[in-house]
Design a protein around this ligand. Structure first.
Ligand SMILES: [Zn+2]
Ligand SMILES: [Zn+2]
Length: 360
């Protein structure tokens, strides 16, 4: 698709550029819309870079999930970074000019889950760019309690992917890691990030499994000790060989693929941990007696990021120099390349694509 940059509206004080799901049908729309206003406890952020996520592709394609969840018109997008533009009267922790990104799960702070410290599982949860106006725009508004101030040494590209990197940190560190062996199923950006987080956190050995050779290469660059292509390699055999017959202590499921659940349990050592982040498209059958009970497995669902435990760990890992996520950030493009970036993301030939602001 070609883009008529001349037709793009100039951003003025109260009008802005945005990418919207305007109608309940496949596609995306470039629109001019009102700049959102910040309430007394809100922060308005001038977006400088964003990244496209699998969730955004579902929204563009208008699949079953999107049709059941999204209420057009909606500016979508949730992986972003920017600079604070203005703050509400009651905001005290950030000020205009601060470099920020944000926790995209907007939580109420008052429900049963929130009051038990499980804000990421809030019963009134609103996800940025899914349930409320998102970040593929000149400006985005977030409650102050969701804003994350960036350390000055975190570069813009990495700031833009804190949301998926946080998913990886949450999943990888949801149980003991040091000195243990792992298998990561699914080497999309989050799977590749997870390989790096495990290695930076002292994992003894990490296998990465996918069907896409480009993604397996990225996992290797993130430190995977073994990469296994499900299309050409016997997954269970290779992982058992790599662990001297013991199997892995932890299985991270990042693909949602039924085969990964089957192979993942089969390579799991007795007493191992199974952390599930990938979303299967339909219900799966698992032999609970064999795979979970008699194996003594701990099976956990992972959703979002711990607010803000995951964020502090993510920052510490990045600042330590032990976690370098740049191999996964395969493309940096401009906002005017949005459609091209969507196609590239869909092709499986890219890791994470970061799009930087390329208009005033
Ligand atoms: Zn995302
Ligand atoms: Zn809540």
């Amino acid at each position: 698709m070609t883009i008529d940059t001349a037709a793009r509206p100039k951003t003025t004080l109260d009008r802005m550029w945005a990418i919207e799901k305007s109608k309940a049908e496949p596609g995306l729309w470039r629109i001019e819309t009102r700049v959102p206003t910040a309430g007394p406890r809100d922060v308005r952020i001038r977006v400088t870079a964003f990244a496209i996520c699998g969730t955004d592709l579902h929204i563009v394609d208008w699949d079953r999930w999107a049709a059941s969840r999204i209420k057009p018109p909606l500016v979508f997008g949730h992986e972003f970074t920017g600079i604070v533009d203005s703050v509400g009267a009651e905001v005290t922790s950030v000020a205009p000019g601060d470099r920020v990104t944000g926790e995209t799960h907007v939580y109420c702070g008052l429900c049963y889950a929130c009051r038990r410290g499980l804000q990421h599982l809030c019963q009134q949860l609103e996800i940025l760019g899914v349930d409320r106006q998102g970040a593929f725009a000149d400006y985005v508004v977030l409650p102050e309690q969701n804003v994350w101030k960036l350390h000055p040494s975190i570069p813009e590209e990495i700031a833009a992917v804190h949301d998926p990197l946080g998913n990886a940190v949450h999943t990888a560190l949801a149980g003991p890691v040091a000195g243990l062996r792992f298998a990561v199923f699914g080497c999309g950006p989050i799977g590749c990030f997870a390989v790096g987080v495990l290695k930076a956190s002292g994992a003894a050995w990490v296998a990465a499994v996918d069907k896409n050779p480009i993604r397996l290469k990225l996992a290797e660059r993130m430190g995977a000790d073994l990469t296994v292509n499900v299309e050409t390699d016997p997954v269970v055999k290779r992982i058992l060989e790599g662990t001297h017959g013991r199997g892995v202590d932890g299985m991270l499921e990042m693909s949602g693929h039924p085969g990964a659940f089957r192979d993942g349990f089969e390579v799991l050592a007795n007493g191992g941990r199974v952390s599930l982040l990938g979303i299967p498209s339909k219900p799966l059958e698992i032999d609970i007696a064999k795979e979970v009970i008699f194996r003594g497995a701990t099976v956990q669902g992972i959703n979002g990021r711990l607010i803000f435990d995951t964020w502090y760990r993510m920052e510490s890992l990045l600042l330590s120099g032990k976690l370098d996520v740049r191999p996964v950030l395969t493309h940096v493009m401009g906002w005017s390349d949005f459609e091209e970036a969507v196609g590239l993301q869909r092709s499986g030939k890219a890791g994470k694509i970061v799009l930087k602001r390329d208009h005033p």
